[in-house]
Design a protein around this ligand. Structure first.
Ligand code: MG
Length: 217
C-alpha cells in the first residue's frame, strides 16, 4: 500500500544511521577512540577498550553522550580533530539523497533532527553537501533535551509548528521513536539498515524500512 503522502506536511529525519551510514560513528567510537586512548594513556588496547566502553555506558541516553567536548575532556583526546581525521569515511546511505529529492518534489517541509553536537553536524553536512535539502536543522544538543525524551518533541513542535497528525519521523533509534509516539506523532518508521557493515535489524514495535524506496512507491 502506498504511503499517504497527501496527509504529510513535515518530514523529520534523523542523521546518523538514518540518512548517513552509521559505520563512521561505530568505527570512530568503537575502534579509533579506544586506540587513541590506549596510545595516550600508554595502556594495552584491551584495557583501554574496557575503560572507554564503561564510560560510554555510563553516559548512554544523556546529552553528554553526544557532547564531543565532554568526551575530549573525559578521555583527554581532541575528539573534533580525530573526527576530522577520518572525515573521508562519512558516507550518505545510497537511497538517502534520492528520498530527499522525492520529498522536495512533493513539496514537503524537511527537518534534520539529530542528537549530534553542532560540531559533528557541521562536519557531516559540509562533507556530504546535504544541508540544502533541509528547511530546518535541529540539534537536540542545542535544545538541551535529547530526542529520547518526550519533552524534546514538545519543544520541537513549538519550534517548527508541525501538526503531530501530519508529520512523519524516520529514525534508527527505537527509543527515540517511542518518545515521539508517546508525544503523539502519528507516522513513525524505524530505519532497519543503519550501517553498511551490519545486517539490518527490524523493530518489533515500529514499521521497519530497509530502504527509503519503500516510502517512494
Ligand atoms: Mg541515528
Amino acid at each position: 500500500m502506498a504511503f499517504p503522502w497527501q496527509e504529510i506536511t513535515w518530514v523529520l529525519l534523523d542523521m546518523d544511521g538514518t540518512l548517513l551510514d552509521k559505520h563512521f560513528d561505530d568505527y570512530f567510537w568503537e575502534t579509533l577512540v579506544p586506540q587513541e586512548f590506549a596510545r595516550r594513556q600508554n595502556l594495552p588496547l584491551e584495557e583501554a577498550r574496557q575503560t572507554v566502553f564503561a564510560r560510554y555506558r555510563r553516559e548512554e541516553g544523556t546529552l553528554n553522550w553526544t557532547d564531543i567536548d565532554f568526551w575530549s575532556r573525559e578521555l583527554d583526546l581532541d575528539i573534533p580533530a580525530l573526527k576530522e581525521s577520518i572525515r573521508h569515511l562519512i558516507e550518505v546511505h545510497p537511497d538517502a539523497e534520492e528520498f530527499l529529492q522525492f520529498l522536495r518534489q512533493k513539496g514537503k517541509k524537511i527537518a534534520l533532527v539529530t542528537n549530534a553536537h553542532y560540531k559533528t553536524l557541521d562536519l557531516k553536512m559540509n562533507h556530504t553537501g546535504l544541508l540544502g535539502y533541509f528547511d530546518e536543522v535541529i540539534s537536540s544538543f542545542d535544545l538541551g533535551v535529547p530526542k529520547e525524551e518526550v519533552g524534546f518533541w514538545q519543544i520541537l513542535k513549538d519550534r517548527l509548528g508541525f501538526s503531530p497528525a501530519h508529520t512523519i519521523l524516520v529514525d534508527d533509534n527505537a527509543e527515540v521513536l517511542a518518545a515521539a509516539q508517546h508525544f503523539g506523532l502519528k507516522y513513525l518508521f524505524f530505519k532497519a539498515k543503519s550501517s553498511s557493515q551490519l545486517a539490518p535489524e527490524n523493530s518489533p514495535h515500529f514499521p521497519s524500512l530497509l530502504s527509503f524506496h519503500e516510502l517512494m512507491e
